[in-house]
Design a binder for this molecule. Sequence first.
Ligand code: ZN
Ligand code: ZN
Length: 149
Amino acid sequence: MTAPHTGGCRCGAVRFEASVEPHHISYCHCGDCRRASGAPVSAFVGFLTEQVAFTGKALKMYENGPVTRSFCGICGSPIAYVDERLEDHIYFRLGAMDMPAYFRPTHHAYVREQLPFVHMPDDLPRHLKTSVPRPDGQGPGGYRQNGIQ
Ligand SMILES: [Zn+2]
Ligand SMILES: [Zn+2]
């Protein structure tokens, strides 16, 4: 399978398309993603914002510090997050992709917040905190307890 890659929410009111291959695919074990998703572990597929196009008018945003998470205002499905310190990047929820099995994560982020009963026996690199360094040298944990990615 090659680009473009498409995705959307549960009800179909939010749709998006990425024109290229992702530059980043990872699991995130942080508490902030856990709250935002309700799931014990999250996974993300990263693209450059300019490589992505949205259709539909249902996309809603929730801002928390430098991080803005988006979701469908109709069905509530989480869609993506952006971090103002990672300008021009967008990270989609792996489960929002139409072909999620194609996007195999290459590492784990925030394993220091991993739930003790979550066992994922792979050999992927594991980062205690963020796997995507911010320009200020801080992960999201630099300004609060939990972070993403
Ligand atoms: Zn929806
Ligand atoms: Zn996270």
